[in-house]
Design a protein around this ligand. Structure first.
Ligand code: HEC
Ligand code: HEC
Length: 303
């Protein structure tokens, strides 16, 4: 009897060890294939150095909410800091100690922001490059010009590291993907619309909103920086916005308080997108009004 129990025990332990080894092997293969060593050729774009360009770049960095993950001074932060799952810093972008700005070439900036691949050829996780991929050459050039001009701040963050839970998710095909794998790196670049209160320019600006509100802008589920699941609301006329005026829309994004008096959580980066000009927000409003009314989405939109 005791011998039998012992055998069952040994069997269970053996299966467990086998399972762990299997997860380790499969996750290592997938990690190396999709998240590391992604050498990608980038196309050069002009990066001017004049003051007007840097001012434009500062506006792009603010309204595209780089600071919501990389810190308001762009000296870095954490997308995730849970060793059992993963430790994924949003790197220090300045030229201070620990900052990528210290060594980045223009090509490195383009590769990261447009293609989702870091200076060391790693496929970035949680960095919405699939969306910044659509930034025009003018806007991206200005953004890079600005990033190169920001004051150096020392802040050395650890290298990213995945934990056992991430390996398990990777094996099950449920891990947050590498942005680089979501991008068609050879796609022909469309010429961006002229700035103005137009549907086309509104659509261009609203790209940044799709990172959380989804490609159809009817909302979905995202994970906030504390790791909690929250709902990004429906921005089509099928949602609450149907009853808003344009002024109420602008006020909501500037104050973080909706017409019904709800204070929006920081998961909605209104502090950043609210820095858009009146014309930019009006263009987005025009575009949102033109969308088909859809029901609130529930799918994950941030990965
Ligand atoms: C939702 C959070 C988030 C936002 C918004 C965001 N980033 Fe990132 N970014 C990250 C994370 C996380 C990484 C590192 C990912 C990794 O190591 O896998 C990263 C990596 C980068 C890198 C690569 C650094 C390297 O090591 O080579 C650059 C450059 C960068 N981001 C610039 C920007 C700029 C510019 C913006 C605004 C247009 C921006 N990011 C917006 C989260 C974000
Ligand atoms: C990083 C994720 C994220 C991004 C990017 C984002 N949002 Fe949001 N947004 C949210 C979340 C989460 C909520 C829900 C907030 C709440 O519960 O009050 C929200 C709510 C809103 C609301 C309130 C809707 C309502 O019915 O009360 C508006 C308006 C809005 N977002 C507009 C925008 C616009 C316009 C953009 C792009 C310029 C944008 N958001 C980009 C996450 C995001």
């Amino acid at each position: 009897m005791r011998k039998g129990l012992k055998r069952v025990g040994i069997g269970i332990v053996a299966i467990l060890i086998l399972g762990i080894v299997l997860v380790w092997i499969v996750s290592s293969i997938r990690w190396n294939r999709d998240y590391e060593h992604l050498a990608i050729a980038t196309e050069p774009i002009p990066v001017p150095t004049d003051e007007a360009t840097i001012v434009l770049g500062k506006h792009i960095a603010a309204t595209r909410y780089c600071g919501s993950c990389h810190g308001s001074d762009l000296a870095g932060g954490y997308l995730m800091n849970q060793p059992i799952l993963a430790v994924i810093p949003a790197p220090n972008l300045t030229s201070g100690i620990g900052g990528v700005g210290r060594t980045n070439t223009d090509e490195d900036w383009i590769r990261a922001i447009r293609h989702g691949v870091g200076y060391d050829d790693r496929g970035l996780i949680g960095m919405p490059a699939r969306i910044w991929n659509q930034l025009s050459d003018t806007d991206l050039g200005a953004l890079i010009a600005y990033l190169k001009s920001i004051p150096p701040i020392d802040n050395a963050l650890p290298q990213r590291r995945i934990g056992p839970l991430f390996r398990l998710l990777l094996t099950l095909g449920k891990a947050p993907v590498s942005e680089a794998t979501l991008i068609d790196h050879d796609a022909e670049r469309l010429s961006p619309p002229e700035p103005g209160i137009t549907l086309d320019y509104g659509e261009y600006l609203a790209l940044g909103c799709t990172a959380c509100h989804g490609v159809n802008l009817n909302g979905g589920t995202i994970r906030d920086l504390d790791g909690a699941l929250v709902t990004a609301l429906n921005l089509t006329p099928g949602g609450e916005l149907a009853g808003w005026s344009e002024t109420e829309f602008l006020t909501t994004l500037r104050t973080g308080i909706t017409p019904s008096g709800r204070v929006m959580p920081l998961a909605m980066p209104w502090v950043y997108v609210g820095q858009m000009t009146d014309d930019e927000l009006s263009a987005i409003w025009l575009y949102l009004q033109s969308l088909p009314p859809l029901e609130q989405g529930t799918e994950r939109t941030d990965m």
